[in-house]
Design a protein around this ligand. Structure first.
Ligand code: PGA
Length: 628
């Protein structure tokens, strides 16, 4: 997708949006490969500035494939990495040295002497001279031809955290709290994440002749918007990119979601110019956007409100009748509210339900939880309602969630077992199994509170969990798909709930949904499949934005308390920041904040006032996920 409307006064740098992270990776790899080939033809070396983290993994896979299948050679490539934790040894599983060799260099014909990564295993007293030396080496190589960058939720590029000046060079820096808590799940606890790092400076980065900012995942949507639509400030170091004359941001739909062109495309000009039309979906989106922007109840919006906010085209399309538009927005939310997420006992069919089995009662319902805590975090209230209303509820836990458990918890359980006279297995496999068992206990206790018996819980242990202390390639395997397909066939569900979260390209929620999508494709011809009603809850305990909500299940004050009790069964997670992009407060606080915010928004917009609400949408609302 290219810029849909050239006259975009919100964006300060060129942007290219692709549907998913893989497509983004191909675009970046193509540009790097073309640059290497062109320089080679000119008899020149190519000097690349490289990044680490979860975002560029796909680019590195794509480059390795070009090397293996298209004879792209890296013999004339010199690389400089942006940053490295400090202190850290090169062989530490979390070091960027190890990341770069495992993900890229060891698969290429690059000469080891051409690889440069800031050293994390030097004495503090040597850091400043080592940084100067790094800058000197970049200059001697002729400067960076192309710098690949990610962005952190703190707004950092490299590890230039908020406050980094535009003139900064390679140096030691203290990591921002957001950066450390985002890294905490990988390190199995915030306290294990290093507090410092060595990073190229803003000036070092901006001196590159070409800069690519690659961002994927909806957890980055807010910071992307600030970086490209906000004012230049050292509080958001990525905004300094606005001063570069050859930069492009390459985004997937998740990372681009908050940009004005996607959030409120009507502000850019006539919808038709952007390949869109004023259909029911766009009208409702605009009405809800307007109500939120003005802080007014939907049914109180006036013609003046529409005109003043830039919705003249919509109002004109509706013959100037604001009230007709208001009603459309209002009924969209009103019709989404149901206390009967699985259908009513009398077999009548509440509006949001779809599929041939919508009026079947009771239903067989299968809930997919990517990690053991996702189900209760995001839909603990709905789970309990479904069970209480007589449905047969099954829950499939896709990964063991073992890796997010702090080591101290395992040690305590092992001590308990030893003091009780039990003998426990040793070695990595036995330990991993013990971690998984602890997480299963949490999930079983939480499900019991929601009224789901243990025999309807399935611990699938799919392959894409983090493995403690290992650098793993995270992807869905054929065996994962088979495991899910077999369960689908066994349960033959009338209704499915799954987590959707376009977070990291290799994030557990994304892979959880991808594995289900492939299993649904494999079972599409079975009789239950065509009648099945599929719903998505938003992963990590968060809620859908208003325009996406197609089912809102209200929770009473006592249901809120029960949900909280269910979530606190995952008490072994309390010490670690397990939710991607969360700060480490209590899990139940995070989820109840989202549920309450949704209920408050409904109230503010002039709908009924509930204590709390859980929200769901259909897959076809979330492009490029289940429906491809
Ligand atoms: P991520 O990190 O790719 O792991 O999200 C990007 C960054 O922090 O720059």
């Amino acid at each position: 997708m290219t810029t849909p409307y050239e006259d975009n006064r919100w964006e300060t740098i060129p942007i290219r949006i692709e549907t998913d992270p893989d497509a983004c990776a191909e675009v970046v790899a193509d540009e790097i490969a073309a640059l290497i080939r062109k320089n080679e033809a000119d008899g020149r070396k190519t000097v690349l500035g490289l990044a680490t983290g979860s975002t560029p993994r796909g680019v590195y896979r794509a480059l390795v494939r070009r090397h293996q299948e298209e004879a792209l050679s890296f013999r004339n490539v010199v690389t400089f990495n942006l940053d490295e934790y400090f202190p850290i040894t090169p062989d530490d599983p979390h070091s960027y040295h190890r990341y770069m060799w495992e993900n890229l260099f060891s698969h290429l014909d690059i000469l080891p002497e051409n690889v440069h990564i800031p050293r994390g295993n030097i004495a503090l007293g040597e850091v400043s001279s080592s940084c100067l030396e790094y800058e000197k080496k970049i200059a001697e190589a002729g400067g960076l031809d192309l710098q690949l960058l990610g962005i952190g939720r703190s707004g950092h590029i490299g590890f230039n955290e908020p406050g980094s000046p535009a003139r900064s060079r390679t140096r030691l820096i203290t990591l921002d709290h957001i950066t450390r808590s985002d890294a905490a799940p990988e390190f199995q606890g915030l306290h294990r994440v290093p507090t410092r790092a060595i990073t190229m400076g803003i000036r070092t980065i901006l001196a590159a002749r070409r800069v690519i900012l690659l961002v994927t995942g909806e957890h980055k949507a807010a910071i992307v918007r600030t970086a490209v639509e906000g004012k230049v400030t050292d509080e958001v170091p990525a905004t300094f990119l606005q001063g570069h004359d050859n930069v492009t941001a390459i985004l997937d739909l998740g990372a681009a979601a908050d940009l004005t062109r996607l959030r409120a495309p009507w502000l850019l000009g006539p919808l038709a110019d952007q390949g869109l039309a004023w259909n029911e979906t766009e009208i409702c989106r605009a009405v809800l956007w307007l109500a939120e922007k003005t802080g007014k109840a939907i049914l109180k919006l006036t013609e003046e409100d529409y005109n003043a906010a830039g919705l003249q085209e919509l109002l004109a399309t509706a013959d100037g009748a604001a009230y007709e538009l208001n009603l459309k927005g209002f009924y969209r939310l009103q019709n989404a509210i149901t206390g009967w997420p699985g259908g009513r006992t009398d077999g009548s069919r509440p509006k949001p339900l779809r599929g041939g089995a919508a009026s079947v009662f009771p239903k067989r319902i299968l809930i997919f939880s990517p990690r053991p805590e996702d189900d209760v975090l995001s839909m603990g209230g709905t789970l309990a309602r479904l069970a209480a209303q007589g449905h047969e509820v099954h829950i499939a836990y896709q990964t063991s969630g073992a890796s997010s458990l702090p080591v101290e918890i395992l040690e305590r359980f092992r001590l308990f077992a030893r003091d009780s006279g039990a003998t426990l297995g040793e070695g990595p496999e036995a330990l991993r199994h013990q971690y998984s068992l602890i997480r299963q206990l949490d999930a079983k206790a939480a499900a019991k509170i929601c009224g789901i018996p243990p025999e309807r819980l399935y611990f699938l242990d799919l392959s894409f969990d983090w493995h403690v202390g290992e650098v793993v390639k995270r992807s869905v395997t054929g065996k994962d798909v088979e495991t899910i397909a077999e369960l689908l066939t066994r349960v033959a569900p009338h209704q499915i709930y799954a987590a959707s979260d376009r977070n990291d390209p290799e994030g557990t929620s994304r892979l959880g949904l991808e594995s289900l999508r492939r299993a649904l494709q494999a079972t599409a011809s079975l009789p239950w499949a065509s009648d099945c009603d599929i719903w998505l809850y938003r992963g990590g305990g968060s809620a859908w934005p208003l325009p996406a909500i197609e089912m809102a299940v209200p929770l009473s004050p006592s249901e809120v308390l029960r949900k909280r009790r269910a979530i606190t069964q995952h008490e072994t997670l309390r010490q670690s920041a397990t939710l991607p992009g969360s700060t480490p407060h209590q899990l139940h606080e995070l989820s109840s904040r989202h549920d309450r915010a949704t209920a408050e928004a409904f109230d503010r917009l002039g709908l009924a006032e509930y204590e709390s609400m859980e929200t769901f949408t259909h897959p076809d609302f979330v492009s490029n996920l289940l429906v491809k």
